[in-house]
Structures are given as structure tokens and as C-alpha cells.
Write a protein that binds this ligand. Structure first.
Ligand code: ADP
Length: 668
């Protein structure tokens, strides 16, 4: 390090004084302030032209710019919160209810008065403690002996027990033992005279939260009880303390997150986890080179200038593939209430309290999320929308929003219901409404341009099915189900991907060969195994389907699932593969408008699968007439709304024979 001669730069004293002022104004916690001051002292001793000097100045500047003590006051009016969620979102009743419950608990936790039991046989000390703690707004009960304390503990719950160590028959130590057995979450603080400090330390080893040695300072009492209550409050909320929204894109996850922030009166920000490549993106880079940066979490708090915003961590399921380091442990440090109180970003190198940030995670699917993370989350599942719901959302929200954003006036554009239906059915194929919103945006943009070309002519533009075609071109999607014929060896299946439910067509073909099962179409291992199981099942039961026992001799069988670009996996295509094979081998065409889902075992049992609601929605979008669902998914079918069951025949199937009856046409 190069030591600097004071005459070298006239700016230096100015910069350091400026930083010193900023440090004193930054309202940092004491230990952090000390570190900042030490850093600053170090700077005064090195040359301003050195790299260390620049790094040091940037660092202190960064430290002082963080919202150490800046936070927005929560608006805990739960009725207003409900109104905001409703105003901005159509439907989603079950989800809104879950969110409201989550918020209600937050409100109750912050409104609830903590309860403290004071136990001391010395009247003055007892009254004194009770007085201080009542003034701190706790609900205080003060008793003079261990026996009465036990009776109080039997009859109601306390957050903290503040007990004298030396008392009559039942002393502080006995009380601690009883509390630990019966009320493990209650924190016990020992009050002790000078002579009994070693016993107090022993009590801490036995699980007491802390001790106060007489004569104690009032601040010490307040601070210890406060910390005990904070820790206790953390306990029950550790599990499920973070909301996680899962479901297909465009189903309102982000937008509900924003509404939660609005309802609470907090700032809102998003971090796309999918874009992060390195642990340092979360935890920050060590401050050893000029370009070192803090992690995104700290960076976002600085940007929104608040220590308690709603932070949405998007695409949790997209990290991991080429991520350097362990994303789960880095995220746990951020999310886990037991760790995030003292989150230490590598760049800052001092702890920053993240405990008042409200994190909301989003993911399209949950399968790839590590268990320790999943344990901390309260998962709320979003599913796709029905055609009717989409139409409502378009008419009530999207049109108005797009019209406004394109600079048009509200009553200038009218979308007819028929036009909206046409856009939904022929120009989009998705579980959510992302592309739908884009199509509406395209139309509004074109209208905006036209309105300028016909200047001064503010006519009302009515969008009809005809004008949809004029604005958006020829339709983008065919109904592959009703517009195509039934074929031998092709069965219609329903699977769930990260885009929601999807319809797939499983094709099976047979050719001369050497008993090989060829599988193509970007299928994962589980799906390949399903294909093996389906073939083995048919081979061992060929006779009962009227198939020649030796059908596999000198033959290869090829199974293919088109739309190869989409990675497909999971067991739920088992039944569809089986149906395609049976169709091929019996030469009976499979009905294209019967779509199925279900896992198949070697013995031909049909096992239940997930995502029934998303799959039924996909079937409806494709105009499927009949959906075959494993009988053991009965409860999922019962949960479907009437809207979702209208005009579609959902059948529960238990056996392969039932599948054959429903799918294969022509006589055996
Ligand atoms: P996600 O985060 O699930 O991908 P978004 O929240 O970005 O989806 O939603 C896409 C668009 O659809 C947004 O403009 C959002 O406001 C709108 N949207 C989604 N669901 C609803 C709903 N139920 N009511 C009103 N608008 C909705």
C-alpha cells in the first residue's frame, strides 16, 4: 500500500469529510458505523491516486447509501387489501383467499401484544420489572413464587418468562426445566444476583434465553425481552414463511405480487433468478477489485430505498443448470428467517437485516426445487384460465389497459365478445394470457396509427371477428383435434409442461427389424420407461387384445411424439402410449377427440397423475370431446368448476379395457 503525502491531492480532505458526514447521517447500526469509520480512517492514510483509495471510497459511498433504517409503514387494513386484490384481478378466488390469510396472520402477529410472566419473590424488584415492561406495551403478569408461576403457565401461554433464580421451594432453575418440557417455545430469562452468575450460565446451557445480572440497567431489560420475543415470533413462521406462486406463465403471479405490495403500502421489485449465473449474483463479489459489486438483493433494496419492500424472486425453477456454486444455500441465507436477520453480502462484508423484506418466489414447476427451500415456502398454485375467464379478463382489464397505454381514449375502441373469442381461440394457445395481451396490444397499436392517419377523425372503432383478421393476419392455430381425422397408431394425450397443460399426439409405427423399441421426440427417461412398460404389458397380454402373440418377432416399433422442441417427461403419458400401440397393433383407428392422461404399470393398472385442472384446460382449448382421467384422480375432477366441465365429457377410468372402449373405433 502506498502511503500518501497530504499535499498530493487537495480534494482528499473534502472527500473524506463528505463521507464522514454521510456516515453520521446514514443511521447505520453501531457496529456497521464503526466499520465504515475505520475504513474512512484507512483512506486518509493512502494516496487518492491508488486503486485501494477508489475501492474504499466506492465502498463507503455504497454503505451509506443503503436503506439501513428506511422503511415504509405497513398499511395493515385487511379490508382495503382485499379490495385492492379484487380491483386488479378477475377470479382467482381461492388464491386471493390464501393470500388474505397470509396477510391476516402478518397483521395479527404485528398487532398481538406479547405476554410476559415476571416471577420474583422480592416485591420491589417484581413491581419494578412489571412497570418497565408494561410501559413497553407488553401484557405482563407478575407473581411472587414458583408455584403460582406454574399455575399461570398451566392456564395461559406466555412468550417470555422473566424469573429470579433464587426463590423458595420452586426456584428459577426448576421453572426453566418445567417450561422447557411443556412450553418449548417460551423464552426464559434468568434474573440473578452477582453471586449466582455461574448458575445463570448453567441455566443458559440448559436452554434459558439469557440472564440479567443485578443490578441491571433498564435498557438491558427492555432489549433482552425484546430480542426474546423477536426470536420466539420467528419460530412458528419459519416453515412456510415465504410465499411461492407456481403455475404457467401469464396467470397473474407477478401482477398479484404487485397488488400485495400496493395493499401493504410497500415498494415492489423483481429479481429474475433465471438470469443469474453465479452465487456472487446473490451474495455479492468480494471487494478486492475495482469492478466488485454487491449481490442483486442488496442492490435492489438500495434501488427502491427501503428495507422492507416486497421482493419477487422470479423463475426459481430456472436456476441451477449452469449456475456456479450452490444456489439453494445462497437463497436460504436470503430467505430463511433464522439466517436473514444478519445476511452478509460478500461485498458489504457487514450484516444487513433482511428480515422485514417480504419475499415472494415464483416458479413454473416445483419439481426441480431443492427440498430445504421448498420446506420454507407456502406454495400457492396458479392454474390456467378457461376461455370464459380469459374473455372476462380481456373485457374488464386488458383492453382498457392497452387502449390507455397506446394513447387512445377509453370509449374510442370497442372489442365485441365474438372478436375476443376469436383472438383467444385462433391467435393464442396458452394456459395464461401473456400472448393474448400481446395480440390485444398489436390491435390497439394499429388502431392508434390509423387514428393518426385519419387525423381529427376520432371515430369509435369496433373490433369484430372480421377486423381481427385484418389486424392480426390469418389465424395462427388450427384445432388439431377436430380438424383432423382419426388415424391408426396416433393417440391424443395430455401432459403438463412448464407452460401449463399441453396436448400431445403419440405416434406409433411398426417396421421390419430386430425387436427394437425406438423412441424419439425429446422424451425424458421417465417417459421412455413408460413406453417400455406399455409395450411389455401388451406383449404379455397380446391374446386378450386379439393381437398375434409373436407380433414383435422380426419387427421394430417406433414411438414418436412430435413438437420435438418441447422437452417432455413424466409418467402421465403412459396411457396415451399404450393407446397408440394398441391402435397400431389392432389396426383400429384411435379417436383423435378423446384425450387421456395416466400412468400405466406393467400389470395394466392405471395410476393417478398430477395437474388434472391444467390438463382439462388444455383439452378444452384443443376442442377435445372426451377426457379420460385415472379413477383415482376422482377428487381432482370433483374440484373442477362447472365452467370447466361444461361441454366436455370427463370419464374416470380404472382399466385398460375401459380405455380401449373409449378410444379405439372399428370392431376388433
Ligand atoms: P405471470 O407472472 O404469472 O407470468 P403476469 O402477472 O405477468 O403473469 O400476468 C400477465 C398479464 O395478465 C398482466 O398484465 C396481468 O395484469 C394480467 N392478468 C393475469 N391474470 C389476471 C386476472 N386474473 N385479472 C386481471 N388481469 C390479469
Amino acid at each position: 500500500m502506498k502511503f500518501f503525502n497530504k499535499s498530493e491531492d487537495n480534494h482528499q480532505p473534502f472527500i473524506t469529510e463528505e463521507l464522514r458526514r454521510k456516515i453520521s447521517e446514514a443511521a447505520m447500526p453501531d457496529p456497521v458505523q464503526k466499520i465504515a469509520e475505520q475504513e474512512l480512517d484507512l483512506l486518509t492514510r493512502i494516496s487518492p491516486s491508488s486503486a485501494e483509495y477508489t475501492i474504499g471510497v466506492t465502498y463507503i459511498d455504497y454503505l451509506v447509501s443503503l436503506p439501513w433504517n428506511k422503511r415504509t409503514a405497513d398499511n395493515l387494513d385487511i379490508v382495503r387489501a382485499g379490495r385492492i386484490l379484487n380491483e386488479n384481478h378477475y377470479g382467482l378466488d381461492r388464491i386471493k383467499e390464501r393470500i388474505m390469510e397470509h396477510l391476516a396472520i402478518k397483521v395479527l402477529m404485528s398487532n398481538r401484544k406479547a405476554r410476559v410472566l415476571v416471577v420474583d419473590d422480592e416485591e420491589i424488584a417484581r413491581k419494578n420489572l412489571a412497570h418497565i415492561l408494561t410501559k413497553e406495551n407488553y401484557d405482563v403478569v407478575a407473581v411472587a413464587d414458583g408455584e403460582t408461576a406454574l399455575r399461570e403457565l398451566e392456564s395461559s401461554e406466555f412468550d417470555v418468562v422473566l424469573t429470579d433464580l433464587r426463590m423458595g421451594r420452586i426456584d428459577g432453575m426448576d421453572l426453566l426445566d418445567r417450561v422447557k418440557i411443556k412450553h418449548a417455545d417460551t423464552k426464559v430469562v434468568m434474573v440473578t444476583g452477582y453471586a449466582t452468575v455461574p448458575s445463570a450460565i448453567e441455566a443458559m446451557q440448559k436452554g434459558a434465553f439469557h440472564y440479567l445480572a443485578k443490578p441491571y440497567k433498564l435498557d438491558e431489560v427492555r432489549e433482552t425481552v425484546k430480542r426474546a420475543i423477536e426470536q420466539r415470533n420467528l419460530k412458528p413462521s419459519t416453515k412456510g414463511s415465504v410465499l411461492c406462486f407456481t403455475g404457467p406463465p401469464g396467470t397473474g403471479k407477478t401482477s398479484l405480487g404487485k397488488s400485495i405490495a400496493l395493499a401493504l403500502g410497500r415498494k415492489f421489485t423483481r429479481i429474475a433468478l433465471g438470469g443469474l449465473k453465479d452465487e456472487a449474483d446473490i451474495r455479492g463479489h468480494r471487494r478486492t477489485y475495482v469492478g466488485a459489486k454487491p449481490g442483486r438483493v442488496i442492490e435492489e433494496l438500495r434501488r427502491v430505498e427501503s428495507a422492507n419492500p416486497v421482493v419477487m424472486l422470479d423463475e426459481l425453477d430456472k436456476i441451477g443448470h449452469d449456475f456456479k456454486g450452490d444456489p439453494a444455500s445462497a437463497l436460504l441465507e436470503v430467505l430463511d428467517p433464522e439466517q436473514n436477520r444478519a445476511f452478509t453480502d460478500h461485498y458489504l462484508d457487514v450484516p444487513f437485516d433482511l428480515s422485514s423484506v417480504m419475499f415472494i418466489l415464483t416458479a413454473n414447476v416445483l419439481d426441480t426445487i431443492p427440498a430445504p427451500l421448498r420446506d420454507r415456502m407456502e406454495v400457492i398454485e396458479f392454474t390456467g384460465y378457461t376461455q370464459e375467464e380469459k374473455a372476462h379478463i380481456v373485457q374488464q382489464f386488458l383492453c382498457a389497459k392497452q387502449v390507455r397505454e397506446k394513447g387512445l381514449s377509453q370509449d374510442q375502441v370497442v372489442f365485441t365478445d365474438e372478436a375476443v373469442d376469436k383472438i383467444i381461440q385462433e391467435y393464442t394457445r396458452e394456459a395464461g394470457i401473456r400472448n393474448l395481451e400481446r395480440r390485444i396490444a398489436t390491435i390497439c397499436r394499429k388502431i392508434a396509427r390509423e387514428s393518426l392517419q385519419t387525423a381529427g377523425n376520432a371515430e369509435i372503432v369496433t373490433i369484430t371477428p372480421g377486423s381481427v383478421e385484418r389486424y392480426l393476419g390469418r389465424r395462427k392455430f388450427q384445432f388439431e383435434v377436430i380438424e383432423e381425422q382419426d388415424r391408426v397408431g396416433v393417440a391424443t394425450g395430455l401432459v403438463r409442461t412448464e407452460a401449463g397443460g399441453e396436448i400431445i399426439f403419440v405416434e406409433a409405427a411398426q417396421m421390419k427389424g430386430n425387436k427394437e423399441l425406438i423412441i424419439t421426440g425429446s422424451l425424458g427417461d421417465v417417459m421412455r420407461e413408460s413406453a417400455q412398460a406399455a409395450l411389455s404389458y401388451i406383449r404379455s397380454n397380446a391374446g386378450s387384445f386379439g393381437i398375434a402373440e409373436d407380433f414383435f418377432e422380426h419387427q421394430d416399433i417406433h414411438i414418436h411424439v412430435p413438437s420435438g422442441a418441447i422437452q417432455k417427461d413424466g409418467p402421465s403419458a403412459g396411457v396415451t402410449i399404450l393407446a397408440a400401440l394398441l391402435s397400431l397393433l389392432t389396426k383400429r383407428p384411435a379417436r383423435r377427440d378423446v384425450a387421456m392422461t395416466g400412468e400405466i404399470t406393467l400389470t395394466g393398472r392405471i395410476l393417478p397423475v398430477g395437474g388434472i385442472q391444467d390438463k382439462v384446460l388444455a383439452a378444452r382449448r384443443a376442442k377435445v370431446k372426451t377426457v379420460l382421467v385415472p379413477a383415482r384422480n376422482r377428487a381432482d375432477v370433483q374440484e373442477l368448476s362447472e365452467d370447466m366441465k361444461r361441454d366436455i365429457d370427463i370419464r374416470l377410468v380404472d382399466t385398460v379395457a375401459e380405455v380401449v372402449d373409449a378410444v379405439l373405433t372399428g370392431h376388433p
